[in-house]
Design a binder for this molecule. Structure first.
Ligand SMILES: *Cc1c(COP(=O)(O)O)cnc(C)c1O
Length: 407
């Protein structure tokens, strides 16, 4: 069925009352009661038995897992407490000292940090490749210790789109397990398992939940045997999804394709207009002609996504001033929610880096990252134009509702 249909008709459990709820019930219980010792013991055998204890499985969490597996075209999924829970969980479940990982150079900061930590403390070697060239990956992957290839569908903040079809096919040929972080594309724009990935990981905090009100993560597996292998390790780690977090994520999923169309349409308009300005020296958006990943993006993605970054001619000072002047967009980390957010890495997340170190990280001193939301595009453009002109605008929402709550 069409993705629009699959997203709306999320998986639901049977409900024996002659009718059933349209929304997935929230089963907010840590444990489940049994009437016989043998039944309780039998339920502890694996990931798919009766529910025993919510770290091992929960009906609301399982509904999310089945929904995500359905959207990504996987055989099964495991939901986690956060995207980093999913990524760390998969890495710790699959790797042992002496193993080697081949990873894309431009990686999410948290993934880079966990790989660096595994390398330092557990003797796991990490080899970085561009993500654009199959031959470069093949050269790195022929070593017998290589276990895992780590890629991202759309990298942040460069907008690089890895050559997934080429790299995933090469990994299959060489017997290397592949893991693709699909958080920025979401299954609405790309389904890496259809392109040959073994594991897709998500920060469901981002587009899948979509409303900036929940943290969550997931790993989706092409082959159910791999899920069964990873599952016991994740139960040990305890980074499991909470039922309410899973419920909120399920609450977001039916509108994912709809939201994603709007994110993509808004971002494409803003990218095009920003590229035409003289005070903007570069725009990084994969759907924009001239981006290094343009051809790959058109092949791999169904749209350019909602993440956009651009370099201001005025450098560090201009970037800092811009993020403080916008009013419709908010100054915040994270991405993928309905509201537009901006950050300026050189004066926030990367402020310890000097000009040289910033350049090595591929981040210009005047680079602004924008997670484009689903507001009216002319309001977003007006906000950007005013902030670039050095004017502040009007805050459309503010925090009036918070003062109601807090008195
Ligand atoms: C946010 C993010 C993560 C981490 O997810 P959390 O839910 O914050 O733990 C991982 N990968 C990508 C690409 C992200 O954007």
């Amino acid at each position: 069925m069409d993705l629009n249909t699959r997203a709306v008709h999320v998986v639901n459990q049977p409900f024996d009352h002659g009718s059933w709820p349209l929304s997935v019930p929230l089963v907010q219980s840590s444990a489940f009661a049994f009437s016989s010792a043998d039944e309780l013991a039998g339920a502890m055998a694996g990931p798919d038995g009766r529910y025993v204890y919510s770290r091992r499985g929960n009906p609301t969490v399982r509904a999310l897992e089945q929904t995500l597996a359905g959207l990504e075209g996987g055989a099964g999924a495991i939901a986690f407490a956060s995207g980093m829970g999913a990524i760390s969980g998969v890495l710790l479940a699959l790797l042992k000292p002496g193993d080697r990982v081949v990873a894309q150079r431009c990686l999410y900061g948290g993934t880079f940090a966990v790989l660096s930590d595994l390398a330092r403390r557990y003797g796991i070697e990490v080899v970085y490749v561009s993500g654009d060239e199959v031959a470069e990956f093949e050269e790195a992957a022929v070593h017998p210790a290589v276990r895992l290839l780590v890629l991202e569908t759309i990298a942040n903040p460069t907008g690089q789109v890895a050559d997934l079809p080429g790299l995933l096919a090469a990994a299959r040929r060489l017997g290397v397990t592949s893991m693709v972080d699909n958080s920025l594309a979401s299954p609405a724009l790309c389904r890496p398992i259809e392109l040959g990935a073994d594991i897709v990981v998500h920060s469901t905090t981002k587009y899948l939940s979509g409303h900036s009100d929940v943290l969550g993560g997931a790993a989706v597996f092409a082959d159910d045997a791999l899920r069964r292998k990873v599952w016991p390790r994740t139960v040990e780690l305890g980074a499991c999804a909470d039922p309410f977090a899973a419920w909120l994520t399920l609450r977001g999923i039916p509108t994912l394709p709809l939201r994603m169309r709007e994110h993509c349409a808004n971002a494409a308009v803003l990218a095009e207009r920003l590229a035409g300005r003289s005070d903007v020296t570069a725009v990084h958006y994969p759907w924009l002609a001239g981006h290094p990943s343009y051809a790959t993006a058109r092949k791999v993605l169904a749209g350019g996504g909602g993440l956009l970054s651009f370099e201001l001619a005025g450098g560090r000072e201009a970037g800092r001033a811009f993020i403080e002047r916008v009013r419709v967009a908010k100054l915040a980390l994270s991405l993928g929610g309905v509201e537009s957010l901006v950050t300026h890495p050189a004066s926030t997340s990367h402020r310890e880096l000097d000009a040289e170190a910033l350049e090595a990280a591929g981040i210009g001193a005047g680079l602004v990252r924008m997670s484009v939301g689903i507001e009216g595009v002319e309001d977003l453009w007006g906000d950007i134009e005013r902030a670039l002109a050095g004017e502040g605008g009007e805050d459309p929402g503010g925090w009036g509702h918070l003062s109601l709550l807090l008195g």
